[in-house]
Design a protein around this ligand. Structure first.
Ligand SMILES: *Cc1c(COP(=O)(O)O)cnc(C)c1O
Length: 363
């Protein structure tokens, strides 16, 4: 699908003042600072995709019977625009996000947005709000494309109308204080996704279902929850919003395979490619919680890390479960974890050449 639409530009009449914007960019945190504009495209069965625009970011009205409010027909994406050393900006693998957005739409029985429209919406919004891209080493402009079922109708069926929107948020590090290593809680009471479910679609419903488990993790003094598979309650799947990797003492890198219950992360895929390019042995294989615990104790497992666009690559230091806890390696950032992170981040930010053709310079 290469269908495209011309985006109308509706500049903000009173954008945030320069001094105010700079104050907000000084310490943005994650997901609290928003830019002046958003992208908006409508879909209806009768008209298809239409009325594409870059417009001031304002509240919008929905009818109380709007379908998404009742049956959660909603999908989203997450990607970043990075400030490059020459003061420009670039995207990282936005085409992969465009493709995944269509796959998520198909699973949620929503209209599929042509990839060309997805990419143009991102490019144009970043160019319009370019002054909101932080230049700090951890900072980026986090882009949040999403789509909601917008038909006013309480019957249970796929909506006949959709709204596609992109908002942008200036962000710093995802974990407070940059988190040298995070602590995970192994959920035994809850699972994230079952075979045949929506685990490999990026939809809000998966997150809603993960929050009780995440609250349990926080109550246990942990940063994040890690889920086991729903059938055997044995195999490690992923975190609430991040994929997971294991590093062994012989230098091999392992991550759970994409069996349909795991979100196919762009960061995950990039790390697999970088690992192979470096000559590492890379495995996509099931790994059980019991084996993880045993391997951490024996020293066969030396590092573990979580990965995703928001958190990049974050070392896992300690794992807590109902029967106790164990520490991985030194409990701090591991060597290969740090090296992979640097390789990835340097490509994303245009600090080193991009041999994989992953980046797109915007200006
Ligand atoms: C978005 C997401 C990830 C990470 O995907 P990236 O494309 O690397 O950002 C991992 N797990 C879940 C559940 C997600 O929603």
């Amino acid at each position: 699908m290469t269908e495209t639409l011309a985006f109308t530009q509706e500049p903000h009449a009173s954008p945030v003042a320069v001094a105010d914007r700079q104050a907000q960019l000084a310490n943005p945190g994650f997901g609290r600072v928003f830019t002046d504009h958003m992208a908006l495209v409508h879909y209806s069965e009768a008209e298809g995709w239409h009325d594409a625009k870059i417009t001031p970011r304002v509240e919008f009205r929905v009818d109380p019977a709007c379908a998404v409010l009742h049956y959660a027909q909603e999908i989203f994406e997450g990607l970043k625009a990075y400030r490059t050393p020459d003061g420009g900006a670039q995207l990282f693998r936005a085409d992969a996000n465009a493709r995944r957005f269509r796959q998520s739409a198909r699973r949620l029985a929503m209209a599929e947005l042509p990839e060309g429209i997805f990419l143009d919406s991102i490019r144009q919004l970043v160019r319009t709000d370019r002054d909101w891209i932080p230049d700090s080493p951890d900072g980026a402009l986090y882009l949040r494309p999403f789509m909601i079922a917008s038909e006013t109708f309480l019957g249970v069926k796929p909506s006949s109308e959709y709204l596609y929107i992109v908002i942008a948020s200036s962000v710093g590090a995802y974990f407070k204080g940059g988190a040298p290593a995070v602590t995970l809680w192994v959920s035994e009471n809850y699972t994230r996704a079952a075979p045949g479910g929506t685990g490999d679609a990026k939809c809000g419903g998966n997150y809603a279902a993960s929050l009780a488990a995440q609250s349990e993790a926080i109550k246990q003094g942990c940063d994040q929850v890690v889920f086991l598979d729903a059938v055997e309650r044995k195999w490690i799947e992923e975190l609430g919003g991040m994929n997971i990797f294991f590093v062994f003492d012989d230098g091999t890198l392992q991550t759970p395979p994409l069996t349909g219950t795991i979100l196919p992360g762009v960061t995950r895929d990039s790390i697999l490619t970088l690992g192979r390019a470096q000559g590492l042995t890379v495995r996509e294989e099931l790994y059980s919680f019991d084996q993880w615990k045993a391997d951490a104790a024996s020293g066969r497992l030396v590092e573990s890390f979580a990965c995703g666009t928001a958190a990049v690559i974050t070392p896992i230091g300690t794992v807590k479960h109902s029967g106790g806890e164990f520490t991985i390696g030194s409990g701090g950032p591991g060597q290969l974890t740090g090296a992979l992170r640097k390789t990835l981040v340097d490509i994303q930010r245009g600090v080193t050449p991009d041999p994989h053709g992953w980046t797109e310079k915007l200006f």
